[in-house]
Structures are given as C-alpha cells and as structure tokens.
Design a protein around this ligand. Structure first.
Ligand SMILES: Cc1cc2nc3c(=O)[nH]c(=O)nc-3n(C[C@H](O)[C@H](O)[C@H](O)COP(=O)(O)OP(=O)(O)OC[C@H]3O[C@@H](n4cnc5c(N)ncnc54)[C@H](O)[C@@H]3O)c2cc1C
Length: 414
C-alpha cells in the first residue's frame, strides 16, 4: 500500500494524478477463511482490522451485500462522545473516543476527527439532575465531562435561544473532546488497511444462509457461492435479526428507521455540537457549512431507509425554537437508515448459541462513535473467546435481567 502524505499529493499533482492506486482490492471469494465478517460497515471493518493488527488473524473476508459503508455508517450524523452513565458503556465508548484521536495516523487516512466539543442541553430540572449525575459518574470513570451553566452555554453557542417557547435552557453537559469525524473516511480507512493486510473486502456479496454442523458454524451461503470459515462475526446492524434467524437463534432487536437532514451551506455559525433532547433534535455544522440535523426514530418496525415525514417536521420545529436563525434556511436533503434497537439501549457483543458465531449489534441510534472501540473489543472476543470490554454486553443479559440501562444517554439521542 502506497502511503498517503503531503509528498504523495505533491508528486501526484505534478504527474496529473495518474499514479494513485486503488484504495482496496476487489477480490473474488476464496474457498475458506479463518474468519468471515458479515457486513462492511464501520463495526465489521474495524473488527476485521483489529483481528489482523492485534491478534495476527489475517485470513479474513468481510462480506458486504451492497457497497462498503452504504449502511448506517455512511448515513449517520457523525457525532462522537463517551458521556454515558453506566461503567461498561463509559469503558467501551471512551476506548472508542480515544482511538478516534489517533485514527487518521493509525489508518493513514484523514478521517477529519474534529473534537470541537459537544453540549447536551438540560431543559428541565429532571434533566439538570440527570446530567449532573452523569458528570459525577463520568469523573469516577475517567471520562472528562462537566455540567455548565446556561450563561456558559450561551457563550459557547451564541446562536442559541435560551428562552424557547416551551423549555428554557437551564445548563448543559459539556464534553470538550466530543465532536465529529467524516463517516465515509472511517469506513474507507479501515477497508484500505484491511486490504493492505491481505484481507478480502468483498462487495455485492450477500449472505443468504448460515451453514452449521453439530452446533458449530462451518460457513455461509452467498450469491457468490458457499464460503467456509472457522469463525463468523455477524455485524449487520438493522439486519441482525435476519442473519440470526439464518443461524437458528433469536435476538431482542427491533429494526426501525432513523433519519437526518442537512441545510444549504452557510458561513461558520456554530463550532460545537448541540443536542436538545427534551425538544428532541440535535445539530452541528459540517466543514462544508451545512447544518447537519438529526431527529428521532420511527415508532414502528420497518426496513425502509427513509423514515416518516412527521419526524422531519417535529425535528425542524424543535430546532427552530432552539436556534431561530435556522428558520430561514432551505433544507437540501434528507435520508434514513435502519437502526438496531435493544430494550436497554445498549449494544450486544456476544458469543451465540452456535459455536463459532459471534454477534455485534444493538448500537441503535448511536454506534458511529463506538466503531473503533467496538471493533477492538469484538476482535478480542472472536480471537480469545472473551474480552473485558464485552463481558457485560452479552446477549444473555436479557434473560438474566442484567440490563445496562442507557435510555437517558442513548434512548433519545446520538
Ligand atoms: C440517520 C442516522 C443518524 C445517526 N447518527 C449517529 C451519530 O450522530 N452518532 C453515532 O454515534 N451514531 C449515529 N447513528 C448510528 C450509527 O450510524 C450506527 O450505529 C452505526 O453506523 C452502525 O454501524 P454498523 O457497522 O454496525 O452497521 P452498518 O453501517 O449499517 O453496516 C452493516 C452492513 O451490513 C450489510 N449487510 C446486511 N445484511 C447483509 C447480508 N445478508 N450479507 C452481507 N451484508 C449485509 C449492510 O449492507 C451494511 O452495509 C446514526 C444512524 C442513522 C441512521
């Protein structure tokens, strides 16, 4: 793999960009791999990457039914934070956030990580207490957050309206090293690094069946034929229940549409990410100048990547009262993705009833931020059979009642 660098850009500029090589190969599948990962979203690609880098397992294929990053990884609003309440969540999200800090250097791909700061607005007394509690929990967990006053919110976000018609802003939970990154670049960076290690990233390869013998996985059936493997990682977000059914087990996952929209580009106006969970909407400004806006999930299960119209209206209404200046903006486009929701709003990283099959899902509305940490932990689980970061996220917690309740931190936002 030729390294990307300022010298490479200068060299290619001189020779009219004729020397760039393809970022990853497009191979045909081999007969057998040590491990197959289904799903070339961020979590699947990161799992494969850390299998290679941390555990030396490189005879790996990543199978993707569409194009890589074409699922939720390329559809999200790119918010990164680790201000969760429960210890297991803070551990895995903070691991991920810290890996984002050096991801561009580690992958030799500029993922445009921008730790510009993130504020979750407190707009009721209940929220004030909730976020103060989270700030205390975070300080014990080693996650740097602080509860700030409404005056400080205004200082950081001059375009905000502190006294909206429904809920005044009473303060906010600030994570200074939270922010955003370029979602496609995260997928591309991992794919390029996996391909450079000799792994096969195979697009347009849909898994249509899971083959088992005597309770153990032996391979998958795909539209490109049968492929054998010793270990199988299912990392398919909203399609997890479909894959699990192929392997003969069920998971407590609901698949629902979540949508986002962006405005026309404007001059820089807001250099932090702001989330308003009570009125329900959140917003950041992209490097292109567009205001990136996210809302809530549909209230019913579905597999359409669009989302219902009333959510657009509700989200824009919520943000209009929080940032009145956006009422004069035109919206450029809207899109949706299918997110995988668990009952306690925490992910599942787990062994399954089938020997050799592992599952990584349930990241719901907030898994982009977790990609590197999740890949790191899932790779350890697949390589060694256990990982300190995944222990409490096993699928059997729902049977045993050991929930990791993140409904406040994750249930209504990202
Ligand atoms: C509108 C929206 C906004 C969001 N905003 C944020 C945010 O701001 N911050 C945040 O942290 N998170 C956010 N999220 C959530 C985040 O995008 C997801 O949690 C994360 O991207 C999930 O990544 P993944 O790799 O698990 O899944 P995906 O990226 O969806 O990848 C799964 C892949 O599996 C493939 N696949 C499915 N079935 C098969 C099959 N049978 N065979 C082969 N391949 C298959 C799919 O094609 C897909 O590419 C948002 C999501 C949406 C939809």
């Amino acid at each position: 793999m030729k390294r990307y660098s300022v010298f490479a850009v200068a060299r290619e500029a001189l020779r009219h960009h004729t020397g760039w090589e393809r970022a990853w190969r497009s191979p045909e599948p081999k007969k057998k791999y040590d491990a197959i990962i289904v799903g070339a979203g961020g979590h699947g690609l990161a799992t494969a990457y850390y299998l290679g880098v941390n555990h030396g397992i490189r005879n790996v294929a990543i199978l993707e039914k569409g194009w890589l990053g074409g699922g939720n990884t390329g559809r999200n609003t790119t918010i990164i934070r680790s201000n969760y309440l429960q210890d297991p969540s803070a551990a895995i999200y903070e691991k991920a956030r810290s890996l984002y800090e050096t991801m561009s250097q580690d992958l030799n791909m500029n993922v445009m990580f921008s730790p510009r700061g993130l504020i979750m607005l407190a707009q009721t007394h209940h929220e004030v207490r909730g976020y103060q509690r989270t700030a205390h929990a975070n300080s014990l967990q080693g996650v740097e957050t602080q509860f700030i006053s409404r005056e400080k919110v205004k200082e950081l976000v001059p375009i905000i309206n502190l006294d909206g018609p429904r809920y005044p802003v009473l303060g906010g939970l600030l994570q200074k090293r939270g922010g955003t990154a370029r979602h496609d670049a995260v997928a591309w960076g991992y794919a390029r690094a996996c391909s450079a290690m000799g792994m096969d990233v195979i697009q347009k390869c849909e898994v249509t069946g899971v083959r088992t013998e005597g309770g153990k996985v032996v391979g998958v059936s795909t539209n490109k034929g049968d492929i054998d493997c010793d270990k199988l990682g299912m990392v398919v977000a909203g399609h997890t229940s479909v894959l699990a059914e192929m392997a003969g087990f069920r998971l407590p996952i609901e698949s629902v549409a979540l949508q986002a929209l962006v405005s026309e580009p404007i001059k820089p106006g807001m250099d932090v990410v702001v989330m308003a969970n009570t009125v329900h909407g959140y917003m950041s400004q992209s490097d292109k100048g567009e205001m990136v806006i996210g809302g809530g999930t549909d209230g019913f299960n579905n597999y359409t990547q669009r989302g219902s119209f009333h959510h657009i209206e509700e989200t824009v209404r919520a943000l209009n009262e929080t940032f009145p200046m956006i009422s004069r903006l035109k919206m450029l486009r809207q899109w949706g993705g299918i997110v995988d929701m668990t009952g306690d709003r925490s992910p599942i990283l787990s062994k399954t009833p089938v020997d050799g099959i592992f599952v990584n899902c349930g990241w719901g509305t907030g898994g982009f931020k977790a990609i590197p940490g999740s890949g790191w932990a899932m790779a350890e689980l697949m390589a060694k059979g256990h990982s300190p970061l995944t222990e409490e996220f096993n699928m059997y917690r729902f049977r045993e009642g050991k929930f990791i309740d993140e409904s406040v931190a994750a249930g209504v936002a990202h």
